[in-house]
Each structure stands twice: as C-alpha cells, then as structure tokens.
Ligand binder design. Structure first.
Ligand SMILES: *Cc1c(COP(=O)(O)O)cnc(C)c1O
Length: 366
C-alpha cells in the first residue's frame, strides 16, 4: 500500500479471484494489436461533493455497476487520457511525460465541469496499475502498455447540471507496433464535417468529441482513405487536425508549421515534444494557421516537402495523399519523408531510454 500526496488516501488492494493464466496471457500478448487486449487489474477512485476523492482501490478489472440515470450515460460528462509505459534498455518500464497528461486531464475536467484530480494521485494510480500488471507488457517489437485513465459522472440525476459524484478509473491495454514494418504514409480525406467550433470542447479530451468524429472517419474509410482531416468550423478553410492526431507541415527551407492552439485543437503532448526537438535541431517552428488551398499549392510547387500527423498511439505518421471534394494531391514523394522519419526516431529513442533524456520527460516506474 503506497502513500500518495494526500496522506489520507491509500490504495486498497483487492485480490483477483481468477487471474488470467500465464498461457492465456502469453497467447494474447503475441499479437496484441491496439485496444483489444486488456490486463487483469484496474484502479478506481470515487469522488463525492463534500468528501472529495476517496476509496482508492487497485483490484480486478471487472464491469462497473452504474445507475441507468448516471449522468455520463445521458449528458456525456466524460474525459480521458492516453499514455504508454515503454520498456527501457535495462528491462525496466517508464512513462513519457505523465505530468503533462495529468495537467491536461485537469484542463479537460475544468471544461467538462468535473472535479480536478491531484496530479500526484493521477500518476500514483498509473504506478499502481503498472506494478500490478507488469506481466502484461508485450515484448513484441515496438510494443508498449497503453494506459487509459478516465473519469465519468456517476450521479443518478437527469437534471442538467454538473454531477455531484464521479469515478476515476485507469485500465491498461497491451499494444503492438501501430504499424508493423515502419510507418506507411496515410491517405487522408478532407471532411465537410467539423470537429470543434470556437468556444466548444475541441481542446478537451472528452469522449463526446470522438462520438462526433465517427461519421466523418467512417466516410473517409468508405472513400478508401485512412484518416479524416478537419478544417475550422467558422471559415472551413484552415487546417485543424486529424480525428486523434495533430499535424505538422515541413517546408523545403527547413521550417515547420503546426496549427496554433486556439481552443479548437487538442494540445497534443507529442505535438509539443516534436516542437521542442525540432527547435533544438535549429529548425524554425511556427504555430500558424495554414489553409487547405495553401497546402495544395505548396505541395504542387515543391515549397512543402512533408506533412506528418503525431499522437501517442502511432507517434508520428507521414501523410502521403490528401483528397477532398475538389480533388486530390500528393505530398512530397507520397511516402515517408526524411524529417518525419528523423523526428520520429529521435522521439522513440528517448521514450525507450535509448537516447539521453535531456528534458526530464522520462519517468521510471521501478
Ligand atoms: C489525444 C489526442 C491527440 C494527441 O495527443 P497526444 O498527447 O500527442 O497523444 C490529438 N488530437 C486529439 C483529438 C486527441 O484526442
């Protein structure tokens, strides 16, 4: 039982009645894919108005009982995070910038009228879960243990106001390499739908944003593309981001542009890390609006040489082809560009402890 920042809140360990056998676990870990295999345990912490956070447990991953009137089921008061534990060269495990996830979780909580979670408790929850499920780390090439902290409104009440009861949970999902043999360039569809409007919830990591992105993403797939790219809601002109990844544009003169964080874009931790690494290489990185028309013209003239998407799940993904109702165009060679591959390699090396962690981004778990 570990003590966390709040000296009164200790984790109670609940025994697992039927842990997965080593054979069944090894079979699941041989080719885990993404988001379909789950470890044996989970963290649950309760919050009530007046009491604050209480009853922290690490126990078996079981279905959770919810009243049918629970606010999350009706008004989508839900937020989440996504981060990974990475195997280090000495065999230990480490997280990448978990404090940034903890801070963003609280920004999302504020926008969704939910209680803040002390960052130390957020990180301790992840520590507890990884310690309980470290045998679930998939030792396949490029494997990681994906961690999903989330918070839901559990109060049974159909009036529209912030709930007075919440649950915070963390589950873990062993993940294979997102793309098995290096990252192929993806083809993206320019959606007529918008993801987020000014003043909306675009900067919050909430499930509702994803619910609204499913039809546009399905449309992209139906048209033979991999991903959807969203334009701004007001002018339908400026590039925002993909359904779950931020974008970078790289130019022949060595500069980079990424759309600015104006409240409609999710402030990605990968986006921020890439920005720091690129600037340290001496590259000029501008947070600046960039239009679809300019993108097409620059790709045609050769001024633009690469475009890549970035996020925790796939790290860095090259964009090869862009298609919308006005036709399609190819970016650079249509395949992974050099800068894209170099920045990805640098970031992955830091995450896996193969390169020096000069920024204090890596948090060892053992
Ligand atoms: C999580 C997320 C990202 C990427 O954020 P990272 O912190 O880099 O994983 C980008 N866009 C959306 C909409 C997201 O939900």
């Amino acid at each position: 039982m570990a003590t966390i920042a709040d000296p009164d809140l200790r984790f109670t360990s609940l025994p697992h009645p039927t842990p997965t056998s080593a054979e069944a676990r090894d079979a699941a870990l041989a080719d885990p894919g993404f988001g379909k295999v789950f470890s044996d345990h989970m963290v649950v912490i309760e919050w009530d108005e007046g009491r604050g956070w209480h009853d922290a447990t690490i126990g078996p991953r079981v279905p959770i009982a919810l009243d049918p009137a629970a606010a999350v089921l009706h008004y989508a008061q839900e937020i989440f995070e996504g981060l990974k534990a990475y195997r280090q060269q000495d065999g230990g495990l480490a997280l990448f910038r978990p404090s940034a996830n903890a801070a963003r979780f609280n920004q999302s909580a504020e926008r969704l009228a939910m209680p803040a979670l002390p960052p130390a408790l957020f990180i301790e929850s992840i520590r507890q879960l990884v310690a309980a499920d470290r045998d679930w780390f998939p030792d396949v090439e490029g494997g990681s243990l994906y961690l999903r902290p989330f918070m839901i409104a559990t109060e049974a009440f159909l009036g529209v106001r912030p709930a007075k009861q919440y649950k915070f949970l963390v589950i873990a999902s062993p993940a294979g390499n997102y793309f098995k043999s290096g990252a192929p360039a993806v083809s993206i569809w320019v959606s007529e739908y918008t993801r987020a409007a000014p003043g909306g919830t675009g900067a919050a990591k909430c499930g509702g944003n994803y619910a609204a992105s499913l039809v546009p993403q399905a449309e992209a797939i139906a048209r033979g593309h991999d991903q959807v790219v969203f334009l701004d809601a007001a002018e339908h002109k400026w590039i925002e981001e993909l359904g779950g990844m931020n974008l970078y544009f790289a130019f022949a003169d060595g500069s980079l542009i990424t759309p600015p964080l104006t409240g409609t874009i999710l402030p990605g931790i990968t986006r921020d890390s890439i920005m720091q690494l690129a600037r340290e290489e001496g590259l000029e990185v501008r947070e600046e609006r960039y239009s679809l028309d300019q993108w097409r013209d620059d790709a045609a003239s050769g001024r633009l040489v690469e475009t890549f998407a970035c996020g925790t799940a796939a790290v860095v993904t090259p964009v090869g082809k862009v298609c919308g109702r006005d036709g399609e165009f190819t970016v650079g060679s249509g395949g992974p560009g050099q800068l894209t591959q170099r920045l990805k390699a640098r970031l992955v090396a830091i995450q896996r402890g193969e390169a020096a962690d000069e920024h204090g981004w890596v948090m060892r778990l053992d």
